[in-house]
Design a protein around this ligand. Sequence first.
Ligand code: ADP
Ligand code: MG
Length: 142
Amino acid sequence: MAIERTLSIIKPDGVEKNVIGKIIAQFQESGLNPVGMRMVHLSQQEAEGFYAVHKERPFFGELVEFMTRGPVVVMVLEGEDAVAKNREVMGATNPDEADEGTIRALYATDIGENTVHGSDSPENAEKEIRYFFSDVQYFPGN
Ligand code: ADP
Ligand code: MG
């Protein structure tokens, strides 16, 4: 295992439910510490660009509408095995299938409004971090 960085987003439903603090506490209790954080209200273009891999999926329009309906908290989380650890702490995409105690089991409304995003591989983590944060801050060696 190695120290990694991953991208996390507290989605609009998480912000609306006033659980930003609880979610960040849960990450920190799991060894995932924010090293970068911004609260932003995504434009349609920013949300479409971020989720471009899903543009052919039937739920794409709904996803973009949801992700732009209010502010989100975008974070770079750092820790041992951060990419996989974050996915574990988040729980399954569908909260009905998420393990007890995971963020999605605790707070998500449904498969769409599922409270958090997390990068699914180290390669995508690097791309997603670059999408929201400058190289100077997070990739000083590059
Ligand atoms: P994850 O966020 O767990 O990596 P995906 O990458 O498959 O899941 O999907 C991205 C996001 O698209 C999900 O987190 C969820 O907000 C939304 N989504 C996925 N599947 C559906 C679906 N069947 N209906 C509505 N929204 C969905
Ligand atoms: Mg995904």
